[in-house]
Design a protein around this ligand. Structure first.
Ligand code: SF4
Ligand code: SF4
Length: 302
C-alpha cells in the first residue's frame, strides 16, 4: 500500500462509471489528446494550474507572486503565458479567492482507500464499488494496480475506465484485481482517430482482442463525436470489430457534449471543436440501432 500517485479528484456517488453507486478516482496522465476531452486537467503527467475567472476578484496578488512573470491582467481577467509558466503553484498559494487552482495532488494508496471506505454502505446496497478513471488510469501502472489490489482485498467491486492505449503487460498485471473494464473505442479509421486523439488505433484494437480472451467483464464505450464517428458507417465498422472478438461484449454510446470547453479555457488550452453541436437524440438512437442490427447489444447512455 506504499505506492503513491497523482490524482485530480475523488468523486463520490458516481452513477455513470460502472454498476451501482461508486467512488471514482481520477488519475493524472494520458497518452491521448482527445479534442473533446472532458478532463483536460488530467492529461499532463504533472500538476497543472488552472484559472477560474468567475472566482477572481482582481487583487493581482498572483501577478506579484509569480517568479516567472508569466501573469498579466487582461480584459477578461488574468492571462497566463503557458510557454513560461512552470506550474510552480506560487500563484495558487497567494490567491485569496480560489481562482487559481492546482490540478494534481500526490496521494498514497492508503489515503485513497480511506476515502473510498467511507461510502462502503452505499456500494453494498447498490452493487457499486470503485472506478479508476482519468486521464488514463493505467498510465500510472504501479499506483493504479496498487489501488485495484487494495480495493479487491477490501472486498470491493473494481472497474477500470481505459482508453486502451497502454502496454498489454499493464492490462495483464491489472486484470487479477479488476472486475469490469470500461473500454473506449472511438473509431476504426486510423487517420481520423489520429487526428482526433493524437494516437493510432492498432494497440487499442489489439488490447481489446486480447481482453476478450480473458476472464473479465468488458463494456465498450464510444463517445459519439460529429466529425470523428457520428455516422451509421462509422458505428457499423465498430460493431463489426466487436463481432470479430472471441466473445460478445456489450456497447454503450455517449453523446458528445461541450462541457470540456470551459475546462480547456481554465487551463489556457485551445478547444479546437468550438461551436460543434452534440448529436441529436434521434441520431444517437439510429446509431445504437445500427450497432444492434449488427448483433452487438447496444444502449445510449444518458
Ligand atoms: S504556476 Fe505558473 S503562473 Fe503560477 S506562479 Fe508559478 S510560474 Fe507563475
Ligand atoms: S490572486 Fe486570485 S483573485 Fe487575485 S487576481 Fe490572481 S487569480 Fe484573481
Amino acid at each position: 500500500m506504499s505506492a503513491t500517485g497523482l490524482i485530480t479528484d475523488i468523486k463520490k456517488f458516481a452513477i455513470h462509471d460502472g454498476p451501482g453507486i461508486r467512488t471514482t478516482v481520477f488519475l493524472k496522465g494520458c497518452p491521448m489528446r482527445c479534442l473533446w476531452c472532458h478532463n483536460p486537467e488530467t492529461q499532463s503527467d504533472e500538476p497543472v494550474v488552472g484559472y477560474l475567472q468567475a472566482n477572481c476578484i482582481g487583487c493581482e496578488k498572483c501577478i506579484e507572486a509569480c517568479p516567472q512573470e508569466a501573469l498579466s491582467l487582461g480584459k477578461d481577467g488574468i492571462v497566463r503565458d503557458r510557454a513560461i509558466c512552470t506550474n510552480c503553484g506560487a500563484c495558487v498559494e497567494v490567491c485569496p479567492a480560489e481562482a487559481m487552482v492546482m490540478y494534481g495532488k500526490e496521494v498514497t494508496v492508503a489515503e485513497v482507500m480511506a476515502e473510498v471506505e467511507k461510502d462502503r454502505p452505499f456500494y453494498e446496497n447498490s452493487g457499486g464499488g470503485v472506478t479508476l478513471s482519468g486521464g488514463e488510469p493505467l498510465h500510472q501502472p504501479e499506483f493504479a494496480i496498487g489501488l485495484l489490489k487494495a480495493a479487491k482485498e477490501a472486498g470491493l467491486h473494481t472497474c477500470v475506465d481505459t482508453c486502451g492505449h497502454v502496454p498489454w503487460s499493464t492490462f495483464e498485471a491489472a486484470l487479477p484485481y479488476t472486475d469490469l473494464v470500461l473500454y473506449d473505442i472511438k473509431s476504426t479509421n486510423d487517420a481520423v482517430h489520429h487526428e482526433y486523439t493524437g494516437c493510432p488505433t492498432a494497440l487499442i484494437t489489439q488490447n481489446l482482442e486480447a481482453l476478450a480472451e480473458e476472464d473479465v467483464e468488458v463494456l465498450v464505450r464510444t463517445p459519439v463525436v460529429p466529425g470523428l464517428n457520428a455516422t451509421v458507417e462509422d458505428l457499423a465498422a465498430i460493431a463489426d470489430l466487436l463481432m470479430g472478438l472471441a466473445r460478445l461484449v456489450d456497447m454503450e454510446l455517449l453523446a458528445y457534449h461541450e462541457l470540456g470547453e470551459a475546462k480547456f479555457e481554465r487551463l489556457g488550452m485551445t478547444y479546437k471543436l468550438q461551436g460543434l453541436k452534440p448529436p441529436s437524440k434521434e441520431l444517437m438512437a439510429e446509431l445504437a440501432q445500427t450497432v444492434q442490427d449488427r448483433g452487438v447489444n447496444c444502449r445510449v447512455e444518458n
